[in-house]
Design a protein around this ligand. Structure first.
Ligand SMILES: Cc1cc2nc3c(=O)[nH]c(=O)nc-3n(C[C@H](O)[C@H](O)[C@H](O)COP(=O)(O)OP(=O)(O)OC[C@H]3O[C@@H](n4cnc5c(N)ncnc54)[C@H](O)[C@@H]3O)c2cc1C
Length: 540
């Protein structure tokens, strides 16, 4: 096989890069390691964070590149390259217009979804930067309909983000007729909507992903890409090409890479299992400089034995009123309602005396009243009928002291923490960790109390009391080969390796340690994929 551009990986980054390269005149081949396409993108909420996007104006929401750059750079801590941030922000609207014009992708703003640090300068508390696709009829994909991976974390794929429990304790039920119409039409939402639409864009151009084809080695001569070696179902073969776009996802599922690079514990990842850092290793072998290696898109995760994945992303129940999180000393240690990525910072705090991570292990604590109202991780009102007490896998006790003993925490420590929490809640504030002060906390809290401090501050009074361990997890790693603004991989001398690109979670993320807003990973992934595809197809 002899092509101009080889794209490795079929997540949001890879599919976008393949379409863009083709539209700029390249002959494109697309390889996927797994037997199914879509990667973690297909498992995701499918939200895409694009500041100053063309859909905001239609809703009367103002934005500008300057505001977005100010916002990102205000959280840089020296890790965000200003040119990369500027390029991301300035190219975002163009990428949106390109995919909407050239493919079945169409976006709408997720209603009012606030940026994740809404009090930072340049933030948009009122939302607009977070986009998602309407549900997509999978019949359009023909034989590819059953070849897209399905998320164990979103069992109901007929919905859009605005219709899910993501930030609603009791979801607004989808009109039954509309739900039936979507089921009959095999319409899938969230990440599946994004992947289905991008995949359709590839298939329309004759770019057929070749599955069970794992890229294993780059062929480089005189500092230039000459091909890539693929392990396919019928053996190993080499594709001749002058450009390779790595879109192989993060290194979450490679224990050695995790140990070598991440700044603190990653107990569990919810990314697809095939993301084992292949692109990173290939790039390292040909001399790539690395960047942002310590970072991941952090996410608290709880183990839920009753679900198919055995674990679930953990956001709502730590934000709703009447729950707190404590470490092994029985102390609260952070604002429980903070955005999920921010938890990485709380989990990685070290206790200098004992040389251990101060806040691991940790548990979320709540009581029967909380459980009866909100359930726990997926056990929302519609599935909670007739359920009066928590299931056996949730640690329970009739007293706070009894719960503490079961967790190995000193009784009086946990009792004092709960008493202090309740006293502060009665005063309507959290002087210890400022929970409820950010607009974000009040938006993600109980939807019936949206906007009020009471949406997230509530007492833990009568028993029985419950605890579930919360793990340090991630939805993907975000370090990898360092690139220039066209996503060209740089070598250790900071010169481009000609013809080699990295996009999505395999690249050194231009976002540093931040997560700008809902869609904060897929936004940059698609923007730099768009730039890589165009550059690879048109460079001399
Ligand atoms: C439940 C959940 C919800 C999420 N919601 C959102 C959201 O709403 N918005 C957002 O921005 N982010 C979200 N994320 C994170 C987001 O899904 C990822 O950050 C994003 O999908 C990464 O895209 P990618 O294209 O880089 O990688 P992926 O989508 O993971 O794709 C990488 C692909 O490369 C393939 N591959 C690996 N190695 C090779 C190889 N050697 N050869 C060929 N192919 C290879 C993999 O099999 C995989 O298919 C969510 C994640 C989860 C789990």
């Amino acid at each position: 096989m002899d092509v101009d551009v080889v794209v490795l990986g079929t997540g949001g980054a890879g599919l976008t890069a393949a379409i863009t390269a083709y539209e700029n005149g390249a002959r494109v081949a697309l390889f996927e390691k797994s037997d199914l396409v879509g990667g973690t993108t297909a498992w995701s909420g499918g939200q895409v964070w694009i500041p100053n996007n063309p859909h905001m104006a239609k809703l009367g929401k103002s934005d500008s590149a300057e505001e977005a750059i100010t916002y990102l750079m205000s959280m840089s801590n020296g890790l965000i390259d200003a040119d990369m941030a500027k390029t991301f922000v300035e190219t975002g609207p163009e990428m949106v217009e390109f995919v909407e014009k050239q493919t079945p992708v169409s976006f709408v703003c997720v209603p009012d979804f606030p940026d994740y640090h809404p009090e930072q300068p340049g933030a948009k508390p009122g939302g607009g930067r977070t986009l998602e696709c309407p549900t997509f009829p999978y019949g359009e994909l023909g034989a590819w309909r059953e070849r897209v991976t399905r998320s164990p974390y979103w069992p109901d794929s007929t919905v859009m983000v605005g219709e899910t429990t993501l930030c609603q304790a009791v979801p607004t039920p989808l009109d039954p007729e509309e739900r039936q119409r979507r089921v009959d039409n095999d319409e899938r939402g969230l990440g599946l909507a994004l992947v289905g639409r991008l995949l359709n864009g590839c298939l329309d151009r004759g770019i057929e992903p070749q599955t069970e084809c794992r890229a294993v080695e780059l062929v480089v001569e005189n500092g230039m890409i000459r091909g890539v070696v693929i392990d396919g179902p019928e053996g190993r073969f080499t594709v001749q090409c002058s450009n390779v776009i790595l879109a192989t996802g993060g290194f979450d599922h490679d224990a050695q890479l995790v140990k070598s690079f991440l700044r603190g514990p990653l107990d569990t990842s919810v990314a697809v299992a095939s993301n084992t850092g292949d692109g990173l290793r290939m790039a390292m072998r040909v001399g790539a400089m690395l960047g942002n290696m310590r970072e991941a898109w952090w996410m608290p995760v709880v183990e839920v034995p009753t679900t198919s994945a055995g674990k679930q992303l953990f956001s709502a129940e730590r934000t709703f009123p009447g729950s707190i999180m404590v470490n092994r000393t029985g102390q609260r240690f952070t604002n429980e309602a903070a955005n999920y990525n921010a938890f990485g910072a709380a989990f990685h705090v070290q206790d200098t005396g004992s040389c251990s991570f101060a806040n691991l292990p940790c548990w979320v604590i709540f009581n029967q009243k909380f459980y009866a109202k909100y359930g726990f991780v997926g056990g929302y009102a519609d599935t909670m009928e007739n359920q009066t007490t928590a299931p056996d896998w949730i640690i329970a006790s009739d007293t706070i002291g009894g719960l503490a003993t079961k967790l190995g925490i000193a009784e009086e420590a946990l009792e004092a923490t709960v008493a202090r929490w309740n006293a502060n809640v009665a005063q309507g504030h959290d002087p210890d960790f400022h929970r409820g002060e950010s607009y974000f906390d009040r938006w993600w809290g109980d939807p019936d109390l949206k906007g009020q401090v009471a949406a997230t501050l509530g007492p833990i009074e009568d028993g029985p009391y419950y605890a579930v361990e919360v793990k340090s997890g991630a939805i993907g790693t975000k370090g990898g080969p360092l690139t220039d603004t066209n996503a060209q991989v740089l070598n250790v001398d900071m010169d481009p390796i000609r013809g080699l690109y990295a996009v999505g979670n395999v690249m050194a993320s231009p976002m540093g340690m931040t997560y700008g807003g809902g869609g904060g990973t897929l936004g940059p992934a698609m923007v730099f994929a768009y730039r890589a595809g165009r550059h690879a197809a048109t460079r001399n």
